[in-house]
Design a protein around this ligand. Structure first.
Ligand code: ATP
Ligand code: MG
Length: 258
């Protein structure tokens, strides 16, 4: 078995009186592509927030490569080798694609100076920005401000920013949301290829599109009302109509007995 990179042990999260996660335990191994699925409000984003140290759980623990990461925040997270994307695209609309990627590259290179100063002289940063843009198919857009990108390109820029941090593990919160069904597969393929090329060792994604989940996942973790309903391989998951209906929020077709 490959090593466990990321692990949650009996994690609970309360928002005031509301319990968003209860006793969630899971692990992510090197080499895995995991999809987190579940209906709206099931706690998926909350789980990613906890797994990436953005949110400190009210109970339980989260460890990455053996050390506790509860509530460490984004800067420390990147240093340790984890990156994430957001459900709502998290880019600065007034920055160009090149500038956006430079921020990630510079932070990774742990430069202390202002990332926008004398950047054009910095061949190392520029080469790295071009390399990442190239992997994500954004090279022709390096001078374009993010506000002018198409929805799909914005998603790719968000993904590129995570990959530019050179992480070992990336967590994507709905990387294809807001993208037409026809284009979702293209984005997912670019994402997977880019992550592989960048040496990413494991991917966790939240995804509503069951086609993509079935095609790309090594393992599926289903959440329902803040608890783990299933943690299984796609073949097992999709063989169970009750599981699918619990996740997509519809009843199984009448002719299928559950
Ligand atoms: N900061 C917060 N304060 C209070 N309640 C919250 C907060 N964040 C999330 N919640 C609640 O916790 C529950 C889980 O939210 P979460 O965003 O994790 O769901 P989700 O599975 O990502 O849903 P979606 O598929 O719609 O993105 C929801 O009922 C939500 O209203
Ligand atoms: Mg969410």
């Amino acid at each position: 078995m490959t090593p466990i990179l990321l692990q949650a042990h009996q994690v609970s999260v309360r928002y005031g009186a509301y319990q968003a996660l209860r006793d969630v335990s899971l692990h992510v191994r090197a080499g895995e592509f995991i999809s987190v699925v579940g209906p709206n409000g099931a706690g998926k984003t909350t789980l990613v927030n906890v797994l990436t140290g953005w949110l400190k759980p009210t109970g339980g623990s989260v460890s990455f490569q053996g050390s506790d990461i509860a509530g460490i925040g984004p800067v420390e997270l990147a240093k340790r080798g984890m990156a994430r994307s957001f459900q709502l695209v998290n880019i600065f609309p007034e920055l160009t694609v090149g500038e956006t990627l430079s921020v990630a590259v510079v932070s990774r290179l742990q430069r202390t100076r202002n990332p926008f100063r004398s950047l054009s002289n910095d061949t190392e940063v520029r080469a790295e920005v071009e390399r990442v843009a190239n992997i994500l198919g954004l090279k022709a857009k390096l001078q374009t401000v993010a506000a002018h990108l198409s929805q799909g390109e914005k998603k790719l820029l968000d993904i590129a920013s995570a990959i530019a941090l050179n992480p070992e593990v990336i967590l994507f919160d709905e990387p294809t949301s807001g993208i037409s069904t026809a284009d979702k597969h293209g984005i997912m393929k670019i994402l997977v290829d880019a992550a592989r090329e960048a040496g990413v060792r494991a991917i966790v994604q939240i995804e509503h599109d069951m086609d993509l989940v079935a095609n790309y996942s090594d393992r599926i973790i289903a959440l329902q009302e803040g608890a783990i309903l299933a943690d299984m391989r796609p073949a097992e998951f999709f063989a169970d109509p009750a599981m699918i209906s619990a996740v997509v929020g519809t009843k199984p077709p009448a002719h299928i007995k559950s």
